[in-house]
Design a protein around this ligand. Structure first.
Ligand code: KIV
Length: 282
């Protein structure tokens, strides 16, 4: 049985910390779920980690749906959240609801996430009304990078902090079941967490959020184009992959791979009867 948004909300009420992680493909999703992650976000960060774009701006609905389907196929228990890409929800509310619905209908996700506060409230309200669970996202919203002028911590001035608290409360009122806070100073994230009844999920927002989210490629050392301060490396899989591949290249060029262990045998006399004795033995 898959976890539901009610299970996630109850985690806050019980004081459980929520460990959310991104995944973008079948194999990783299976591993991530197997390790006990309750919420998997198919983040538009796949634009960087899977597709090699410089930002998340070019990511399309079709790309998001393609990866969401793969993650859903790799999971049975985790709540899968599809991240709405740039321009899939900003143009008008009808289009936003239709695209959110595609994540559930065509992608198989159980919820969507979308970035922003005031301007997205009406769309969020309508999504929730028609039965689409929504996760909010405030603070550093990478789809607005051109407006924000870079990947910077948000909410540091009194005006910005006040706006973020108001946006968080308004999103909760609009019906979000949880809220991502990205690159938000610890005291502000703590205050928002205390004021909301739905869980906050922080990334670069300190230890007082109800949950944490990391980009799986960052935490496993797979993506090294840039490493944000808030990313913690739990493994060096990039290095491990390089070493394994180099060993393979070496063994193939030396002729020591494959061995009998990786080969299939047959009765050689059968071939001899057809073609005569072999001319070359390895
Ligand atoms: O796209 C993503 O991976 C995200 C998380 C960093 C929250 O939005």
């Amino acid at each position: 049985m898959r976890l539901t948004i009610q299970d996630i909300k109850q985690m806050k009420q019980r004081g459980d910390h929520i460990a959310m992680l991104t995944a973008y493909d079948y194999t990783t999703a299976k591993l991530v779920e197997g390790a006990g992650v309750p919420i998997i976000l198919v983040g538009d960060s796949l634009g960087n980690t899977m597709l090699g774009y410089e930002s998340t701006i070019p990511v399309t609905m079709e790309e998001m749906l393609h990866h969401t389907r793969a993650v859903v196929r790799g999971t049975q228990r985790a709540l899968v959240v599809g991240d709405m890409p740039f321009m899939s929800f900003q143009v008008d509310d009808k289009e936003a609801v239709r695209n959110a619905g595609r994540f559930l209908q065509e992608g198989g996700a159980q919820a969507v996430k979308l970035e922003g506060g005031g301007p997205v409230l009406a769309a969020v309200r309508r999504m929730v009304e028609v039965g689409i669970p929504v996760m909010g996202h405030l603070g550093l919203t990478p789809q607005s990078i051109n407006q924000l002028g870079g990947y910077k911590v948000q909410g540091k001035t009194p005006e910005a902090a006040t706006r973020m608290v108001e946006d968080a409360l308004a999103l909760e009122k609009a019906g979000v079941f949880s809220l991502v806070l990205e690159c938000v100073p610890t005291p502000l994230a703590k205050l928002i967490t205390e004021r909301l009844s739905v869980p906050t999920i922080g990334i670069g927002a300190g230890p007082f959020c109800d949950g944490q989210v990391q980009v799986v490629h960052d935490m496993l050392g797979l993506f090294t184009d840039f490493t944000p301060k808030h990313a913690k490396r739990y493994a060096e899989l990039g290095e491990a992959i390089k070493q394994a591949v180099a060993a393979y290249v070496r063994e193939v060029s030396e002729g020591s791979f494959p061995t009998d262990k990786q080969s299939y045998s047959m009765d050689e006399s059968l071939l001899e009867a057809l073609y005569g004795a072999p001319t070359q033995k390895r």
